[in-house]
Design a binder for this molecule. Structure first.
Ligand SMILES: Cc1cc2nc3c(=O)[nH]c(=O)nc-3n(C[C@H](O)[C@H](O)[C@H](O)COP(=O)(O)OP(=O)(O)OC[C@H]3O[C@@H](n4cnc5c(N)ncnc54)[C@H](O)[C@@H]3O)c2cc1C
Length: 399
């Protein structure tokens, strides 16, 4: 039996960030994951790239993760357009204070940077799948499939959208699956992207072109789930034609690099983020449509807030897994997530709709927002993650 202060089930990008932040503040942690570090770092594990908001970059800097990221691409402008309509919304970083709107990072690079930072901070790893969760007055015991257990004062469920921690704790969710699949791939193009991210709203859903280092972009092509399966199977020539029809020729000739990936899309919110000696973070607590590139950013905010709550409780000599500390975490994070989940859902429904009156209204909306610099600045504040009460790590401060 291993003893620790905080047992984090799930060493994804959110769980790892929490583990590293806590270790740097001198708290003992163990990360339990059914995937081994070798599997997670293999090229076939995750083909996505993430738009990392400005505040999340500060958190990754403050935890020593950012310095290990091999390659990043600043997002300088964002252009939102509705199908072939000429009306669009344009965010230019120069009109918004000059700093990039965010950074694009391939998940494989972020995962490797986290593995390096975790090794440096001596984060303990336990390979195994969660099987049981037993909570007593002063401790929680996490039992693993095939034997073995971890004993802690607090268990954190960072085990993703289909969280076993959440199920074993009897915490329900409200939400639904979208009849949409995100097809993800990386392309090389002839001309430079200039750091511009494009979000195009097509009838099946948003089509995002996200700049990566060099003349490359990461695409998130949302398709109806029944059609997505066929698109994924298309022979190379036909696939390129379909891709070009959506992407256009503004960056010259396109060359897909590597495989096509697919991710089913859905939305949920956990009924509670905390229970006895237990807290949920990341996709275990909330899952949303990738339309606004905010799921990971929201998870990183959870990690920063929970780290702060735990460290503050420890400094005051309070129980780090006690109800007082956990309630503070829940109050801080739950409302923020509900608001963002609602926004991403409305955007997806509004823009995945080809009824002429709906199109007209949303195009007018885009054009109006585009001409209102103060409103644009507020929206950018949210996208940069700098709005609201920020945990210390997101403000770039030490814990
Ligand atoms: C197409 C797409 C594009 C996206 N783009 C962006 C973007 O640009 N910006 C952004 O902010 N977000 C984006 N997101 C969202 C983001 O990827 C997720 O919110 C984020 O990866 C969630 O991380 P997590 O660590 O919470 O969960 P996960 O990455 O799911 O990690 C969970 C971990 O728990 C482990 N685990 C699960 N069950 C068990 C168990 N029973 N026992 C032990 N271990 C277990 C798993 O092995 C895994 O390592 C995107 C999502 C999609 C689908």
């Amino acid at each position: 039996m291993r003893e620790t202060e905080v047992a984090i089930v799930g060493g994804g990008m959110v769980g790892m960030t929490l583990a590293i932040a806590l270790r740097r503040a001198g708290i003992d942690v163990a990360v339990i994951d059914r995937a081994t570090p070798e599997q997670v770092l293999a090229p076939e594990y995750d083909g996505r790239a993430s738009a990392i908001a400005y505040a999340s970059v500060r958190l990754l800097e403050a935890t020593g993760i950012w310095a290990e990221v091999a390659e990043t691409q600043p997002i300088l402008d964002i252009r939102v357009s509705d199908g072939d309509s000429l009306l669009f919304l344009h965010y230019d970083h120069r009109a918004m204070g000059g700093a990039p709107l965010g950074q694009m990072v391939e998940n494989r690079h972020l995962r490797l940077a986290q593995a390096r930072a975790a090794a440096r901070e001596q984060v303990a790893f336990v390979a195994g799948s969660l099987a049981t969760l037993r909570r007593g007055p002063g401790a929680v015991e996490i039992g693993l499939k095939g034997g073995g257990a971890v004993h802690a004062r607090l268990a954190v469920g960072a085990d993703g959208a289909r969280s076993t921690v959440r199920d074993l704790a009897g915490i329900g969710t409200a939400g639904w699956a979208y009849d949409q699949t995100g097809i993800v791939l990386t392309v090389r193009h002839e001309r430079p992207h200039g750091g511009v991210a494009h979000e195009r709203f097509l009838p099946a859903g948003p089509f995002a072109i996200l700049p990566l280092a060099g003349n490359r972009s990461s695409l998130v092509w949302t398709e109806r789930s029944d059609l997505a399966a066929a698109v994924l199977e298309l022979p190379e020539g036909r696939f390129r034609q379909e891709l070009a029809a959506r992407f256009g020729d503004f960056l010259g000739k396109l060359t897909p690099l590597g495989p096509r990936w697919s991710y089913p899309l859905g939305l949920h919110q956990a009924d509670r983020y905390v229970g006895d000696r237990l807290a949920l973070i990341g996709d275990a607590a909330h899952r949303m449509h990738p339309i606004a590139g905010q799921g990971l950013n929201l998870g990183l905010r959870d990690a920063a807030a929970l780290a702060e709550v735990i460290v503050d409780a420890a400094r005051l000599g309070l129980d780090i897994g006690g109800a007082q500390a956990l309630e503070r975490y829940q109050r801080w994070r739950r409302f923020d997530s509900i608001a963002l989940l609602a926004v991403t859902d409305v955007l997806n429904r509004l823009f995945s709709n080809s009824l002429p009156p709906v199109r007209l209204a949303r195009d007018a909306g885009l054009a109006i927002v585009n001409r209102m610099p103060p409103l644009k600045r507020i929206l950018v504040g949210h996208a940069r993650g700098t709005a609201g009460k920020l945990p210390r790590l997101l403000a770039g401060e030490a814990l």
